[in-house]
Write a protein that binds this ligand. Structure first.
Ligand code: NAI
Length: 682
């Protein structure tokens, strides 16, 4: 018997236990072990087989590591078929997560018993594929078309109670193995032998629309719907064959490759926080505005006590109100009871104006105005008020952390923690290693990020770190296209067409034009030698006072919740082209996308070349989780690798030849292209 699968025979029952820590993925060893165990159980002439998982999971799915290679037998669909046609009933005792291939095995069983903590789902579409071992054919036969449509196309995972309600499991109990041994089996055909569910064209059409809205341009959710629809008209055998063919076809495609890559990159990033390190239990957060309130609320969410420091009594009250609003939102969304929210706010928060009598906390996180001298005063005060063991972190977006630390007693405990807005929602945090940041400081911060269930990405010191630096370059490239002939709405639409959540001008209207304006001023773009300065955005701020949605107008007019192109803005754009002596030309959407993505990749290669980022994957995680880059394209660096680095190089060389002030080829890109490497290999 294989180590990954155990068989025990007693009382006419074969108990098969899948034991492949940590999460019992259906690796080849598990598959081979299962086939062998089933053969032995049959030979032993048992009356029933109970199938379960060791530890806290049933089976968490297929082994995504095996996805990049051709599948090796025995295949999961064959095991599912063997279970379904087994001479005696096989009952699944679902002790924990039954996901993907795990649920497909359970679906082939004669009955299913789940522990209350079990989770069930077919999340394959999140990896760019469809279920490949009968999920799309057996699930609709078991729970009906509508439930299958609500689960598979978005990869939704449900709890045992809901699974019981929709008939996905037959019973819920604390000891599913004991229950599975004695469960009275209803007299019914195997799931696969049941009649196909009734066709429901309305439900199918609704599911298609929803998938197109939720996962635009993604193939797998639509294919999953095709397959569920096919279950209505095809025999099980035909349906399974069609499903397998779709699974194998999607598995080798660009989208699945990108989604798999991102999945592993996330796991690696989150794994960094698993290292040993001190646990943060108490914190000071300085500044209770947009970011400070969100950070403080996130910390309280993992039980960290927070002392929130503001400047004066009025600012304290504003901060208190900001945090109370976050608790209220959670209550409204049903995430917490009103009593729980009130007691957490009372128990975990203290508010202070100034630094007198601060408790000796483990970490202080600063989120005050983006102003170097204010930040330096804050850190001087924290340095004096807190014990020397406390970690000091800044949430600055652009300022140089090494200048903020000047004069600190012990700069090794200083670092940047760059959260994204809203800080309690966004999963990304850039962990900035400043000049003197010590290793324990980094370890503690990574551990805190892991507890906050964030994706931490290490970054070195430069203007804008990873994400805002790429954003700045990308926006500058778009502004050049404006002055040469494109209009904001066209650029936004083209970038949305590529898959970005929003276009660059829509994003600016959301976050406020004043932020980027202040940044351009700080960098001195207007007078910077050797730089192609485009005055359009500055003119909008200085002459029109349109700062985005918060003032009702920015790049667009915002009326009644809609963004409408503005003749005034388009007029400024055209005027600036004339002033610069540029004859405006037509840009196709494809050209806009090619240039804007090349600008991101160009900056990404610089960041990698300077070792601001350690890996291309880190850049991709930042752009996906912080800036709305489409996950299914894998991030700009992965995407560049799929396009081919020599092609990207050729594009940038072409742009640089016509506009050397805006474009230049990063050394690392030229080298990687010459050596035929992908970004991931650098
Ligand atoms: P904000 O203006 O909403 O809040 C700043 C808060 O700091 C205000 O409540 C203010 O009263 C308080 N404050 C100012 N000086 C203080 C002092 N000396 N002591 C104590 N409190 C003081 O600003 P926001 O947006 O929260 O930004 C804060 C920091 O976070 C900035 O460095 C910003 O660059 C950074 N950041 C902002 C992001 C955003 O999307 N808003 C995203 C990531 C970082």
């Amino acid at each position: 018997m294989s180590d990954a699968v155990h068989l025990s025979l007693a009382d006419d029952i074969a108990l098969i236990t899948i034991d492949n820590p940590p999460v019992n993925v259906a690796s080849r060893a598990v598959r081979a072990g299962l086939m062998m165990a089933l053969d032995r159980a049959e030979a032993a002439g048992v009356a029933r087989v109970v199938l379960t998982g060791a530890g806290k999971t049933f089976v968490a799915g297929a082994d995504a590591k095996e996805f990049s290679a051709p599948p090796r037998p025995p295949h999961l669909p064959d095991i599912a078929n063997r279970i379904e046609s087994f001479p005696v009933p096989v009952v699944a005792a679902i002790n924990g997560a039954a996901l993907g291939g795990g649920l497909e095995l359970a679906l082939a069983c004669a009955a299913r018993v789940a522990a209350p903590r079990a989770t069930l789902g077919l999340p394959e579409v999140t990896l760019g594929v469809v279920p490949g071992a009968g999920g799309t054919q057996r699930l609709p036969r078991l729970v009906g078309l509508e439930q299958a449509l609500s689960l598979i196309p978005e990869g939704r995972v449900i709890g045992a109670a809901e699974a019981l309600r929709i008939g996905l499991v037959d019973a819920m109990t604390d000891d599913p193995v004991a229950a599975a041994r004695i469960l009275a089996l209803p007299d019914r055909p195997a799931t696969g032998a049941r009649p196909a569910p009734a066709c429901d064209p309305v439900a199918i059409e609704a599911a298609r629309k929803q998938a197109a809205r939720r996962s635009p341009q993604q193939i797998a959710p639509q294919r999953a719907i095709d397959l569920i629809e096919a279950a209505v008209r095809l025999s099980l055998a035909e349906g399974l064959a069609l499903e397998r063919q779709n699974f194998l076809d999607l598995k080798t495609g660009d989208q699945a490759a990108a989604l798999r890559y991102v999945f592993f990159a996330e796991r690696a990033a989150m794994g960094q926080g698993k290292a040993q390190g001190a646990d943060v239990r108490s914190a000071v957060v300085v500044g209770g505005g947009t970011m400070g309130a969100g950070i403080a609320y996130a910390l309280a969410g993992i039980g960290v006590t927070v002392t929130l420091v503001e400047t004066d009594a009025a600012a304290v009250e504003r901060a208190r109100a900001n945090i109370a609003r976050l608790f209220d939102d959670a209550v409204k969304r049903g995430k917490a009871s009103a009593e729980r929210a009130a007691s957490d706010m009372e128990r975990l928060f203290t508010f202070r104006a100034g630094y007198d009598d601060l408790p000796p906390v483990d970490i202080a996180i600063e989120a005050v105005f983006e102003d170097l001298s204010i930040k330096r005063q804050v850190f001087a005060a924290l340095d004096a008020a807190l014990p020397e063991t406390a970690i000091l972190a800044t949430n600055t977006s652009y300022l140089d952390p090494d200048r903020i630390t000047e004069g600190l007693r012990n700069p090794t405990r200083f670092l940047g923690l760059h959260f994204f807005s809203p800080a309690h929602v966004m999963k990304l945090v850039e962990v900035i290693r400043a000049r003197d940041t010590g290793p324990e400081t980094l370890v503690t911060a990574l551990r805190l990020a892991a507890r906050l269930r964030k994706i931490p990405v290490l970054a070195g010191v430069c203007d804008g770190f990873i994400g805002n630096r790429i954003l700045t370059r990308y926006r500058q490239c778009c502004d050049v296209m404006l002055i040469e002939g494109a209009l904001p709405a066209q650029i936004d639409a083209a970038m949305r067409g590529f898959g970005l959540a929003m276009g660059p001008y829509e994003v600016q209207d959301l976050s406020g034009l004043d932020i980027a304006y202040a940044n351009r001023k700080r960098l001195g773009w207007k007078t910077m030698p050797g730089f192609r300065y485009i005055p359009i955005a500055d003119r909008i701020v200085e002459e029109t006072g349109r700062l985005g949605r918060k003032t009702g107008a920015g790049w667009y007019d915002h009326t009644g919740g809609k963004a409408v192109s503005s003749a005034l803005i388009d007029g400024i754009v055209v005027e600036e082209s004339a002033r610069a002596g540029i004859v405006r030309r037509r840009f196709t959407d494809a050209e806009i996308v090619a240039r804007a993505t090349a600008a991101m990749v160009e900056e990404g290669f610089r960041i990698l070349g300077e070792r601001i980022a350690e890996r291309a994957a880190d850049i991709d995680l930042v752009m996906i989780h912080g800036y709305g880059f489409p996950r299914w394209r894998g991030g700009p660096m992965h995407w560049a690798g799929r396009v081919g680095l020599s092609e990207i190089l050729r594009r940038i060389e072409g742009y640089a030849a016509e506009d050397p002030l805006s474009w230049s080829v990063p050394d690392l890109l030229a080298r990687a292209a010459a050596e035929g490497k992908t970004p991931e290999e650098l």
